[in-house]
Write a protein that binds this ligand. Sequence first.
Ligand SMILES: [Fe+2]
Length: 284
Amino acid sequence: MKPMTARTFSPNIKGTGLGLRACHYAHILKDLPDIPWFEVVTENYMVSGGMVLERLAQIRAHYPIVFHGVGLSIGGTTPLNAAYLSQLKGMVDRFEPAYVSDHLCWTSLDGQQSHELLPLPYTGEAIGHVVKRIRQVQDFLGQQILIENISNYLTYVDSTLPEWEFLNAIAEQADCFILLDINNIYVNAYNHRFNAMQYLHAINPERVKQYHLAGFLDCGTHLIDTHGAKISKPVLQLYETALQQIGNHPTCIEWDNNIPEFSILLREQQKINSVVASVFCEAI
Ligand SMILES: [Fe+2]
């Protein structure tokens, strides 16, 4: 079925944005730091009223935002949650994010929420299943969405495709876009012993519309995607290659654990801006 999406994808954001975290509300509203946009975890604001919605409205008055969800369960086998989708649509209408994204994973089963982003088997059957559900979401919202590659710590014996082929096929067939998490590629490549560069070379650049960067925990034998540290050197090098191969797209720094002072995030942002400038010879 052809998607009935009404809004053309034309994001009005660029540059390096930051994940919006509650501990920084006061600083942001007082100092209005020079950040081009914020990424908002949608579910944190799926409430009927109160202080958090008020803070989001105040911040939205000064900054563009994008919505980034963790609860869509686009790969799940239980029907899409109609109440969740209605609430999401209401928030999109109210806050007018530049776009909406969620993860290529499943999170719940029979109404039980795992609060984990769980991987899918990379098979043709799973592609068909996810494509159908993404089209349902896009038709309901009246706009295309972005899906993000996740970090994962297990693989399925039933998988018949590499992760990048699975992601490409879904984006193409669902006519959605990709939020490419560079840190997740690096973590998965290390843990599952594949070549991160091969992943980047294989991704369809026409489908990528945003990047994520974050820090991981190095446990020696494996890496854990903690979002609790500075962005590592090898991830920055991979990001540089992504900029060269795929193009310059809005990039968000995710930092969710051991959240530092805002000044540390600003320094990380400047580091990313320097990488972009070095690739594209732009004055930032
Ligand atoms: Fe991410």
